[in-house]
Design a binder for this molecule. Structure first.
Ligand SMILES: Cc1cc2nc3c(=O)[nH]c(=O)nc-3n(C[C@H](O)[C@H](O)[C@H](O)COP(=O)(O)O)c2cc1C
Length: 249
């Protein structure tokens, strides 16, 4: 990964700023970057072979291109390409973002799952609109998806959950996501009980577990370029077709 690039400069040794004598301070000198800033500046992006991206040969809609890029991310060894940032806003319009798993993408939209009572669930109840962000650094690719969100029928959410691991079911059975936790011991006790139940009863219902479907009205594909001539292709929904445009990077 580029951040661990072998030819990135080694971080500078730590300094002890408090030991400097005030006599040696040159007031006209620019402030010295901190160790953190030096470390930050030593990191690299797009320090790898990047694929070409020819927007002229892309499909008419974003879904086949998303599927193609996803498969290419897997082939390129991208770690956890099925995780994505999910941005929502509360009733006042204040935003928040967190990582969730992609459960599917099809003609209905991009599917993810969570608890209806969580912060994101409350946001989506107040404002059923969201944005998703995928970043696949193995190929310098980013995909942004935004649009209205609907709730899938409860039986879809339960079937989705029961098709997954005992751990996923146990986690969903614990519930109470985003509530204040009084002590970690309380979570351990709830989790032990949930694991027992998930093993005994693999079809146990987790009523707050909800599948959400984001039906995009805009999807953007970004291909990083070493010379910073990044390619941005956006699909915007117009009635029943998609309009494609390039964007300045
Ligand atoms: C890799 C990864 C995958 C995650 N997948 C999910 C998920 O699919 N659903 C979910 O509810 N939370 C998932 N989480 C936890 C969320 O990031 C978040 O902590 C949780 O949903 C509470 O968010 P909220 O308080 O904004 O509702 C995941 C976290 C990570 C790091």
């Amino acid at each position: 990964m580029s951040a661990d690039s072998a030819d990135a400069p080694a971080p500078a040794p730590p300094t002890n700023d408090s030991a400097d004598s005030t006599d040696s301070i040159d007031p006209s000198a620019a402030p010295r970057p901190s160790d953190f800033v030096r470390l930050l500046r030593a990191q690299r992006v797009w320090d790898t072979e990047l694929p070409d991206f020819a927007p002229a040969t892309t499909p008419d809609g974003p879904l086949p291109l998303f599927e193609q890029w996803f498969a290419e991310a897997v082939t390129a060894g991208q770690v956890e390409p099925h995780t994505m940032s999910l941005a929502t806003a509360d009733a006042e319009g204040l935003p928040d973002v967190r990582t969730v798993m992609l459960h599917g993408a099809d003609r209905e939209g991009w599917h993810f799952a969570s608890h209806a009572g969580s912060r994101k669930g409350r946001h989506l109840a107040a404002r059923p609109y969201a944005a998703l962000g995928f970043y696949w650094p193995a190929q310098g690719r980013q995909i942004r998806v935004r649009g209205p969100v609907t709730v899938a029928p409860p039986e879809v959410a339960q079937a989705d959950l029961h098709a997954r691991s005992a751990g996923a079911l146990a986690s969903a059975l614990v519930g109470r996501q985003s509530e204040v936790l009084d002590s970690y011991g309380e979570l351990e006790r709830a989790s032990d009980a949930a694991w027992d139940r998930a093993r005994r009863e693999p079809d146990a219902p987790a009523p707050s577990w909800t599948v959400y479907v984001l039906d995009p009205d805009e999807v953007e594909f970004f291909q990083g370029d070493a010379r910073r001539r990044h390619v941005r292709l956006t699909y915007r929904r117009t009635d029943d077709t998609w309009r494609k445009d390039l964007l300045w990077p």
